[in-house]
Design a protein around this ligand. Structure first.
Ligand SMILES: [Ca+2]
Length: 175
């Protein structure tokens, strides 16, 4: 059995560094990684640490889908460009979730500032929020964000629009 967290990890991480310039494990919260690990364990039916066609077939069968085509399974497996161990699995999900998840996270972070769900927050509170999040913004970066922000004359920010700009803007920089 392959232990993805010891022997093979450094090698895989290196491959993904080259590919996306960031460590796939750093893209997720510890709790998310735990959830992915459980999902991986469910799919890896024979528990050899790698997802193969037979694993997918059995997983689909358990979900009641018995007529999945071989080509569809091949396509999924080919996405990994190699054996799908947990690190590769995480990277595949990471690519799919990257860009949407940070947006949800930011929107969720705004909720306490917007109890009535108006979609607007005061810009001074917004500045505090950005500078205290996990991905701390500097004052300069906040000013840059404000330059993009739709702000009304009373100083309220349309944060839903702004979250979109921030998260999708980041995506552009990475590629
Ligand atoms: Ca397997």
């Amino acid at each position: 059995r392959i232990d993805v967290f010891s022997g093979t990890r450094n090698k895989r991480t290196f491959i993904f560094r080259q590919k996306s310039s960031s460590n796939v494990f750093s893209m997720f919260e510890q709790s998310q990684i735990q959830e992915f690990k459980e999902a991986f364990g469910c799919i890896d039916q024979d528990r050899d640490g790698v997802i193969k066609k037979q694993d997918l077939k059995e997983t689909y069968a358990q979900l009641g889908k018995l007529n999945v085509k071989d080509e569809e399974l091949d396509e999924m497996l080919n996405e990994g460009k190699g054996p799908i161990n947990f690190t590769v699995f995480l990277a595949l999900f990471g690519e799919k979730l990257n860009g949407t998840d940070p947006e949800d996270t930011i929107l969720a972070a705004f909720k306490p500032f917007d109890p009535n769900g108006t979609g607007f927050v005061n810009k001074d509170e917004f500045r505090r929020l950005l500078m205290n999040q996990a991905d701390k913004f500097t004052a300069e970066e906040v000013d840059q964000a404000f330059a993009l922000a739709p702000i009304d004359p009373t100083g309220n920010i349309d944060y839903k629009s702004l979250c979109y700009i921030i998260t999708h803007g980041d995506e552009k920089e990475e590629s």
